[in-house]
Design a protein around this ligand. Sequence first.
Ligand code: NDP
Ligand code: GDR
Length: 373
Amino acid sequence: MMKKALITGITGQDGSYLAEFLLEQGYEVHGIKRRASHFNTQRIDHIYQDPHEPNPRLKLHYGDLTDTSNLTRILCEVEPDEVYNLGAQSHVAVSFEAPEYTADVDGLGTLRLLEAIRFLGREDKTRFYQASTSELYGLVQETPQSETTPFHPRSPYAAAKLYAYWMVVNYREAYGLYACNGILFNHESPRRGETFVTRKITRGLAYIAQGLQDCLYMGNIDALRDWGHARDYVRMQWLMLQQDTPQDYVIATGEQHSVREFIRWAAEDLGITLRFEGEGLDEVGIVEAVDGDQAPAVKPGDVIVRIDPRYFRPAEVETLLGDPSKAKRELGWTPEITARHMCAEMIEEDLRIAQRHALLKAHGLEVPVSVES
Ligand code: NDP
Ligand code: GDR
């Protein structure tokens, strides 16, 4: 029998990689997408299957994590073997602007799904994966962080995800549901949303290199993160649901880098050498040398990075470093793509996009560049 999976957040970064992966494993994949005024399926268009064709294995349903009856109906119709709850208002900074909405989607949304599984009597038929996060550690109590490190959330996003984390544990303990928290550290890719720091950097510097943007405005570039590749991490989401007993796992690389270092890598890949002035947050990056071929629009002395306090957070998570020993031991976890390689892949993709836009501009055509960051 073909296994059926339901993915919330299928149109997001992880949802798109996970859908690809599950289709490769022979699953029938159902995804919940939100109604939007524009097409919002760009990340999964390449795996789209025409519903008019016989037996499509990818099926999309309109829905929202704030809508209980909709979620219950979809679960009832699909009868999934596995649910991957990846849908979320996932931007930490935005959660300070929209704390109630974030709590509703990220916290109560998880409860709605768990309760629908129980209501439909599917506790022993449906396995549940919850996209938990290293943001739970927030103000870190020990380094590196493992499954036993105490939590101290530092944002409405993290507090909502903490509620979801405990509901997953509670449904496991109270009702015997096979439910797991994947405590994933930051993971990125060329499909990363444009306002998360890595993509903001690779996209911004690629545009600067092509003369489409002058300067990149950044927040706390001294923040430290444990960055992995989303493609590596979705395999672990699936593996967690294939074990004999449900457990929570930290997924991380065990390596830490600063935002500043990531900026330097991205610039290096574009042939731009940066000199960072000073060590503090009033720092600017000054271009010292330029490879003419790769960064035609950048001249020595150009200031291409400035610090803008608007990107500082009311409470910051300064440092995160994961200890993935348990996942390595029990799931055979080995991250294949290093942060440095991931940065190069992201630059390659963003440079391609920027070059296409530069070509349009050179021919007097409108460039579809959003300045939002
Ligand atoms: P994205 O922001 O790329 O994707 C989020 C997805 O959730 C999108 O498909 C989005 O839809 C959907 N969504 C947002 N609001 C709702 C809603 N109200 N109802 C239904 N769906 C909704 O996130 P990622 O792919 O990066 O992350 C996946 C999950 O993993 C998230 O829960 C995130 O919090 C968590 N996580 C991510 C980490 C990371 O480093 N990437 C690390 C740890 C945890 P739309 O496309 O319409 O906006
Ligand atoms: P994070 O990711 O908050 O860790 O949450 P993000 O990439 O947004 O920030 C990482 C660090 O970079 C600093 N920073 C900036 N961040 C953004 N977005 N924009 C800037 O201009 C900027 N300048 C510096 C931030 O302050 C922060 O310290 C991500 C999300 O995917 C969550 O959903 C997920 O749970 C966690 O990772 C693990």
